[in-house]
Design a protein around this ligand. Structure first.
Ligand code: NAD
Length: 240
């Protein structure tokens, strides 16, 4: 039996199950991931300077300038065949939840409803003093008049509602609960090198990994399929 037929068999036994996605599910929408050789963002920026709590505290104006530049193309992106297939799998009762490491909102745009964004999103910013939230677009509209957007309530600096390196991902315990309650975890488009997201694998029953490149966790998986997330997920939905 080939891997795809084996996977379809596993789906029939385990549905509804949980999916964990990473940046690789969105590269076919034109959003670069972190670690792909040649195209990943790590080829161009130092994440500790631009995407960490430390980098934000060290130079908040630079952090916000970069954040604004990065956000524009992400907001313009559309869901690809992979996001659409996952939404169809949820609608068909195969997938219960999508846990995503992505901040791009493309699972919602594709029609998925049970989405847990463990690394946050681009919809809001929050005040670092009083925790008041505001629309991220309105916060960014304060630039470049100000170097750093300010809270309309108390005037303190705002920060985006994304989980930066150095933050505690508050949704992680809920994600672990979902994984532990599911008979199968299917990972799509993640190098599985970011913690604690990769620790979710320890709560998994059966494990499937769909990724273009090998991951350090492949040896833990029951089925590994290498290739394009969009093509593989679309093929899967057509076989069900
Ligand atoms: P990563 O960059 O570490 O790994 C991405 C993996 O996806 C790679 O192993 C690569 O082989 C694979 N991949 C790339 N294109 C693919 C495709 N078309 N089909 C199948 N696989 C493909 O990303 P990560 O593991 O998600 O960790 C990086 C962190 O950065 C996460 O927190 C992530 O959310 C964040 N990030 C998010 C976005 C986004 O919101 N779209 C973009 C970049 C980084």
């Amino acid at each position: 039996m080939d891997e795809m037929s084996e996977l379809v068999g596993l789906f029939r036994e385990a549905a509804p199950f949980v999916v964990l996605t990473g940046a690789g599910v969105s590269t076919e929408s034109g959003i670069p991931d972190f670690r792909s050789p040649g195209t990943g963002l790590y080829n161009f920026i130092d994440p500790m300077e631009y995407l960490s709590v430390w980098g934000m505290q060290k130079n908040a104006p630079r952090f916000w300038k970069h954040f604004k530049e990065m956000r524009g193309p992400i907001l313009d992106a559309n869901p690809n065949a992979g996001h659409l297939a996952l939404a169809r799998l949820e609608e068909g009762g195969w997938v219960s939840h999508v846990i995503t490491q992505n901040i791009d909102g493309l699972h919602y745009k594709a029609g998925s409803r049970n989405v847990l964004e463990i690394h946050g999103h681009l919809r809001t910013a929050r005040c670092m003093a009083c925790e008041e939230r505001m629309d991220l677009t309105e916060a960014l509209d304060q630039l470049p008049e100000r170097d750093v957007p300010q809270c309309p309530e108390c005037g303190a600096d705002l920060r985006p509602d994304v989980v930066l390196f150095g933050d505690v991902p508050e949704e992680y315990p809920r994600a672990m609960e979902l994984v532990e309650a599911s008979p199968l975890l299917m990972v799509v488009g993640s190098s599985l090198s970011v913690s604690p997201a990769n620790m979710l694998l320890h709560g998994a029953g059966k494990l499937v990994i769909i990724n273009r490149d090998p991951t350090a966790s492949d040896r833990l998986a029951d089925i590994v399929i290498q290739g394009s997330a969009g093509e593989i997920l679309q093929d899967l939905t057509e076989r069900l």
